[in-house]
Design a binder for this molecule. Structure first.
Ligand code: FDA
Length: 310
């Protein structure tokens, strides 16, 4: 837990970012968890996943935009990505995931309005090509504003997905609220960010127990649960709950990250389950990768072995 907190604190350090960026081990971790630098790389990865009946949700890496001009660049990147997906005939396989702080959330008082505008443009483009958008959840301080943004988008695009993090104390209340919306697409995960003291469970068993409580609430509701975990125990519980509450494989989905448990992703898909892989691409991978190593230090060790034994 201490290592996790230290690593998550490091995710904001520019000095460390420069220091690690050039190493071979870092390159190994990037290659494993990131589809590539360009939108074309992500589209190629989505096509390869589709060959195994795996759906995807593509994320243009980058967060905490420090200027409206930067949010415009990222928005245009998503619009281009959606066009590429359409050209490749992949829109029934791939959707997009978007970080609200890359859209403007956090840029002062106007930031929330800017995020709704930018995300609205991405949603309109997604609707045009026949796919969907999920709004990622970031640090705890952004949760209320992100839920407001999602609610405003859903008034126009009811298929917009949101994310809930079981490590936050507030999440069971949020789950009850979103579960009341028929068809609401809700990705449930444990949570990957450093949380303010007192706002989150710190014991893994408590995080897991809270995950199961929210999962049960979603499975018994009319929402569409998206179960985002690599944890075999939670995957089994999701399968059992879905069966118990009469859900077929079309009524919920499993989600995992690109590069994490690919064999398990394919195994679930081969059973007929809907499995969606979160596919990040871009050059701004530092924060994303630090979170992967924080949640599982073995991810760095694995990549280091791959590089050093090459
Ligand atoms: P955890 O990290 O607790 O691991 C449990 C067990 O799973 C491990 O002991 C191991 O057995 C197995 N395992 C985990 N990773 C493995 C690997 N790479 N290889 C093999 N086994 C592995 N977070 C957030 O805050 N906001 C968000 O918007 C999202 N979005 C998101 C989308 C998707 C599709 C996923 C899968 C995850 C997220 N997350 C997220 C990240 C999430 O909150 C969480 O940090 C990670 O999924 C890690 O937690 P796990 O539930 O996988 O279990």
């Amino acid at each position: 837990m201490v290592l996790r907190q230290t690593l998550l604190a490091a995710s904001g350090s520019d000095r460390l970012r420069t220091l690690v960026a050039g190493t071979r081990v870092t390159r190994g971790v990037v290659d494993r968890f990131v589809a590539g630098e360009r939108a074309e790389d992500a589209v190629r990865a989505a096509g390869e996943l589709a060959e195994y009946d795996l759906l995807s949700s593509i994320d243009h890496l980058g967060e905490d935009a420090d200027h409206p001009a930067r949010t415009e660049d990222v928005t245009k990147g998503y619009l281009r990505l959606l066009r590429l997906l359409d050209d490749s005939g992949l829109t029934s396989w791939a959707e997009v995931s978007v970080k609200p702080t890359a859209m403007g959330l956090g840029l002062g008082e106007e930031g929330e309005t800017l995020a709704v505008e930018n995300l609205g443009r991405i949603c309109a483009a997604a609707a045009e090509v026949g796919t969907t958008v999920t709004v990622d959840m970031e640090a705890a301080r952004n949760v209320p504003a992100t839920l407001r943004v999602v609610a405003r988008l859903r008034a126009r695009y009811p298929w917009v997905g949101c994310v809930l993090q079981s490590y936050l104390h507030r999440t069971e209340g949020d789950t009850a609220a979103v579960a009341a919306e028929p068809g609401a697409r809700v990705r449930l995960c444990k949570g990957a960010y450093a949380a303010e003291r007192g706002s989150a469970y710190t014991d893994r068993r408590e995080v897991d127990a809270a995950f199961v409580r929210s999962l049960r609430r979603l499975m018994t509701s009319r929402a569409y649960p998206m179960v985002a975990t690599h944890d075999s125990r939670l995957i089994d519980i999701a399968t059992t709950l879905a069966r118990r509450y009469g859900r077929t494989y079309d009524d919920f989905e499993y989600q995992m990250l690109y590069g994490a448990r690919p064999t398990e992703q394919r195994r679930l898909a081969s059973l007929g389950a809907r499995v969606r892989v979160y596919v990040p691409y871009g050059t701004d991978w530092y924060g994303y990768l630090v979170r992967r190593v924080a949640e599982r230090p073995a991810n760095a060790a694995f990549a280091a072995r791959q590089v050093l034994t090459r």
